[in-house]
Write a new protein. Structure first.
Length: 319
């Protein structure tokens, strides 16, 4: 009102108070809920460190009646490198678990130098069955399991999303063969979907070469082992009962051609499966950490909690 003095917001003491207040607020938000990490849990009944997983669980108790949904990270590395430690990056599982709405797991699997396809998907499915078999122990909802992976990990999560119920890909690993290996949602970061079509588009890698990551995965040049290459292609297994997917791919990806996500996305949509494609215009073989908050969490909230709106197809800047 006229005649009253305005607050002296520029006064040094006021500015110091506001700075402390907002710093404390931001620190509290970024810290989130405390997370308990359980490492190197064997999921296949073996002593192989490549058949173990890490669990990341909020320290706050899970809802008694339902438990929390869990998001499983599967690492990349051309099926011949990488490890489950990548799932512990701050912009991956920890960000999800600190919301209190999710538990997290990051799994290791046998690499192509140790075992050929379908060993990798057998391991992944055994890990999913183990999580269901131990759901009550860790406060997990066995009906809400999502998978998230990049590159070779994107391929494996896509396989999990599209090959539910395919006996030849289940394997016989672990003590929980009575459990399903189906998943409820898939987050695919630039994973291959059709091995025999990879050389149809420009890439720094000659994927048909006998020494390509794909040929090393299946143990033979892919074009000379087409049946096995198809068995290792998520596109080959698309059906109407597949899990909802969201794909992320850079148009200038030099290693996995952008078309791999494009054709898989189109096939899922044609089959009536919920599928979203986020195109990173000019992007390469990576995705910004900011996409976890921008896209991944809203996708999971909608798919696993029924909150918010479904994300639509869109083209975005790479950073």
């Amino acid at each position: 009102m006229l005649g009253q003095k305005r607050p002296q917001l520029n006064h040094p003491c006021v500015r110091l108070f506001l700075a402390i207040f907002f710093f404390s607020l931001c620190a509290g938000i970024s810290k989130g809920i405390e997370v308990k990490v359980l490492r190197n849990l064997p999921y296949a009944g073996t002593a192989n460190p490549r058949q173990t997983l890490d669990l990341a669980i909020p320290k706050e108790p899970a809802p008694e009646k339902t438990g929390r949904p869990i998001v499983v990270w599967i690492h990349g590395g051309g099926w011949k490198n990488g490890d489950k430690g990548s799932g512990h990056r701050p912009d991956r599982l920890r960000t999800l678990v600190q919301t209190g709405r999710y538990a997290g797991a990051t799994i290791a699997y046998r690499l192509s130098g140790e075992a050929k396809w379908p060993a990798q998907i057998h391991d992944c499915k055994a890990a999913i069955r183990w999580l269901r078999g131990n759901a009550k122990k860790y406060g997990i909802d066995p009906k809400r399991i999502a998978v998230w992976g990049s590159s070779a990990g994107g391929h494996l999560v896509s396989m999990l999303g599209s090959s539910g119920g395919k006996e030849e890909l289940e394997g016989k690993l672990g003590k929980h063969l009575d459990q399903s290996s189906r998943v409820s949602a898939v987050i695919n970061y630039y994973g291959p979907s059709a091995l025999l079509k990879m050389d149809d588009y420009p890439s720094k890698i000659v994927h048909n070469d006998p020494h390509s990551p794909e040929s090393q995965l299946i143990g033979n040049p892919i074009q000379k082992s087409k049946k096995k290459a198809l068995q290792a292609s998520p596109l080959h297994f698309v059906s109407p009962d597949d899990a909802p997917h969201i794909h992320f791919h850079g148009t200038d990806d030099p290693l996995v051609p952008f078309n791999q996500s494009e054709i898989y996305h189109k096939a899922l949509k044609k089959a009536g499966v919920q599928s979203t494609l986020i195109i990173s215009k000019g992007g390469g073989h990576n995705m910004p950490g900011s996409f976890t908050h921008r896209f991944v969490i809203p996708f999971l909230d909608h798919a696993l909690h029924g909150k918010g709106k479904a994300i639509s197809d869109q083209t975005v800047a790479p950073a």
